[in-house]
Design a protein around this ligand. Structure first.
Ligand code: PHB
Length: 394
């Protein structure tokens, strides 16, 4: 007994001695949605950044370890997000903040990141204005303007009338404004608009309104996840497809992980987005193979998973460039130079002026590939900067 205790002390001494000079642990706070009706979204993000960490452990400087401090907001819940972020800053002394599915949460914590000089690398929240709210924010996901503006231009070349139905919160308002602007610029006419509740929506009455208005095309944004399948079902159940009303929107409405639940009504739906699990570029194929090996053959990553993957790659990059001794201002200077020609979504870089991501947008169509629904990329719109930021300059 006594001998074992002594041996334990000796072993501990050896371990301390053996740790390489400069060994350190970097604390990363992850604010995410891991419970409640939107839990699948946070899980897809988590699986994305964890897969990255597992595959790229050798990309950290020797001796540098990462400690993740994960907190759950349970969905869009700005007060809780703020409280959790504050605790992670004051008590846990995190050096990075990342994660965040939801715009209202990201907006609530933006001022804290500025006060605390805390780099916040966003993995999802997509309302354009977020990056303007703190110089310590950089975004690795998308904006709704990036997808909905090019889609509005595309739609204006094919259709004359549109109806817009969006979830009533930041990203919904952005997608509505972006689509409407581009559609009108291309000569199209919006004949009706409706904003739907974010929590527990019943889409049937809204689809009835759209059907009665008889537009050529329905443009919609809802948060990805189960709501995507619910709105698709309401669209089909009320026979909007049979009435010849084309369904289009940002890729959130045909999010890859929900396609298997949607049924054939989704076939032919057109979306604009930066990521499709069905994309055939080699880095995406490798990503899908690694994903399925880790999480099972039936598991499908979504654009949120790739947001998690890319944000973690950027965190590793800024840690590496600083040899593990991270300084917030240096981190923000470095992230403005971040680029990756080979993300699973294609080439990406951070716009130094806005700290927002620049990436391809793809016009996709839901088709059956090998008997399964897939977002098949048809056209590429190269390296899109957030159009909203571009309009702010004018
Ligand atoms: C957001 O809150 O910014 C958000 C949430 C879900 C999405 C897209 C954006 O699918």
């Amino acid at each position: 007994m006594r001998f074992r205790a002594l041996a334990g002390v000796a072993l501990a001494a050896v371990l301390v001695w053996a740790a390489p000079a400069g060994a350190q642990t970097i604390k990363i706070g992850v604010l995410n949605t891991l419970s409640g009706p939107f839990a699948t979204l946070g899980e897809l993000i988590e699986k994305g950044y964890k897969l990255y960490m597992k595959q790229n452990a050798d990309k950290l400087p020797p001796g540098v370890k990462i400690e993740l401090i994960v907190r759950d907001t349970g969905g869009p819940n700005p007060d809780k997000a703020k409280q959790l972020a504050q605790e992670m800053i004051v008590r846990d002394k995190i050096q990075f903040l990342t994660g965040e599915v939801f715009t209202p949460n990201a907006l609530a914590i933006a001022p804290l990141t500025q006060e605390a000089k805390l780099p916040f690398f966003i993995m999802n929240a997509g309302t354009s204005v977020i990056v303007n709210r703190s110089p310590y924010i950089a975004r690795f996901s998308f904006t709704l303007w990036q997808s909905s503006y090019p889609l509005g231009a595309w739609a204006s070349r094919k259709y004359k009338t549109a109806y817009i139905a969006v979830s009533d919160f930041g990203p919904g308002h952005d997608s509505e404004a972006a689509f409407e602007k581009a559609f009108a610029e291309g000569g199209g006419r919006v004949i009706g608009k409706v904003r739907m509740p974010l929590a527990n929506p019943d889409f049937v009455p809204f689809m009835q309104r759209v059907k009665d208005a008889k537009p050529e095309v329905l443009f919609s944004f809802i948060p990805a996840g189960r709501q995507a399948t619910q709105i698709m079902k309401a669209y089909g159940d009320l026979g909007l497809d049979k009435a010849g009303i084309k369904f289009i929107g940002p890729g959130d409405i045909t999010t890859d992980e929900e396609l298997p639940n949607m049924g054939d009504v989704a076939v032919g739906v057109i979306t604009a987005h930066h990521y499709s699990a069905a994309a055939t570029r080699p880095t995406n194929k490798a990503f899908i193979t690694a994903w399925k090996k880790e999480y099972g053959e039936k598991s499908v990553p979504s654009f949120m998973s790739v947001g998690g993957w890319d944000a973690m790659d950027a965190i590793y990059y800024v840690i590496r460039e600083q040899k593990g001794k991270v300084d917030p201002d240096k981190t923000m200077e470095l992230v403005k130079k971040y680029k990756n020609p080979n993300s699973p979504r294609g080439p990406i870089y951070i716009d130094a002026a806005t700290r927002d991501i620049v990436q391809n947008e793809y016009i996709r169509e839901v088709r059956k590939v090998g008997g399964e629904l897939a977002n098949v990329e048809l056209e590429t719109i190269g390296m899109v900067k957030d159009p909203w930021q571009e309009y702010q300059k004018k």
